[in-house]
Design a binder for this molecule. Sequence first.
Ligand SMILES: C[S@@+](CC[C@H](N)C(=O)[O-])C[C@H]1O[C@@H](n2cnc3c(N)ncnc32)[C@H](O)[C@@H]1O
Ligand SMILES: [Zn+2]
Length: 350
Amino acid sequence: MFSNKKSFWMEILKEGLANFYAEIGIPSRKLPVFYNPDMNLNRDVCVAIINLVKPKSVCCALAGTGIRALRILKETNTKKVIINDMKKEAYELIKKNLGLNNLNADVYNEDCNELLKRLKKLGCVIIDPFGSPLPFVEAAIKALNADGLLAISATDLGPLVGRYPKKCEKKYSANPLNNEFSKELGLRILIRKIQEIGLNNKKNFLPIYSFYYQHFFSAYFKTTKKNVKKDWGFVLYCPKCLNRKISKTKTGEKCACGNNFVQGGPMWLGSLWDKKLSQKISIIKYVKEENEVKAIGFFDLHQISRTYKKDIPKISEAISKLKEKGFQASRTHFSPTSIRTNANIKDFLD
Ligand SMILES: C[S@@+](CC[C@H](N)C(=O)[O-])C[C@H]1O[C@@H](n2cnc3c(N)ncnc32)[C@H](O)[C@@H]1O
Ligand SMILES: [Zn+2]
């Protein structure tokens, strides 16, 4: 269909209220300036959070085309926006895109960490890199003001969700689990690691809104006076009967069925969402409901069916049944076939 070998081309696109030039093609690091249309949901959430938290200044430290920054300028009341990308092509495109929208911002063409070292008292720093955010988190934390908003994304899901446990151990100092709720555990492992970097810099960071979507995690943090370390711990999981428990420490405890538990963590065991934000942001479906259920992890109906050789009920019916029995239960944004509930596996089987 296409005669030349170039696998991308420049177009003017629109996302939210911003128009922008971007190279369209298969989103990959090979694009001269990276742009992934599938991340628009991540940017929608970012704009919504900035509108609710209202930081005075925002730094998009790894900006690509600058689309997120353009949207922040167009769709929020942020007074000062700083945009940076190390790649010359990105820097030029960011300036072109600002011009296209008649907008002004401070634009830099530097290594993220070098730039952040010079910037102080920022209201919000956004770290949206290729892969893991960890190389940039300390510089971001140091550049934030006392009650700053830290926004991070991670696309290195392989280690975090248990496909490469050794890599997770090395990078995130935690053991991941490869089970039906490994995505939630991976997000919690990522959060704890960010908090650890915060604590090394004498700051406690509380996650106020975090989620999984397609191929990435996203988490937003505010500083808190609470000691976040108190909510770190482990999840014990029995692959034989699907029972799970939390524990503040590593333990040699066995499951009631006699099988050994596998242990994931250390990870953040506190809430993934601030109540007000979870109620006000409806972009990520089911977060509002699942935040009402006090439970870590969830039950996958297909997994229960495989393990116990039972027919799969309709998810809505399974939720109603649990609620009739007096349990909290809701769908979860992590998985379309799963239920977050404070019931245990036995309650599902009755
Ligand atoms: C995932 S893309 C950013 C996408 C963008 N935030 C968006 O929402 O469309 C990551 C960007 O980081 C830039 N980058 C990578 N390493 C960097 C560094 N050390 N300092 C600054 N920019 C860097 C890359 O050139 C790339 O444009
Ligand atoms: Zn068991």
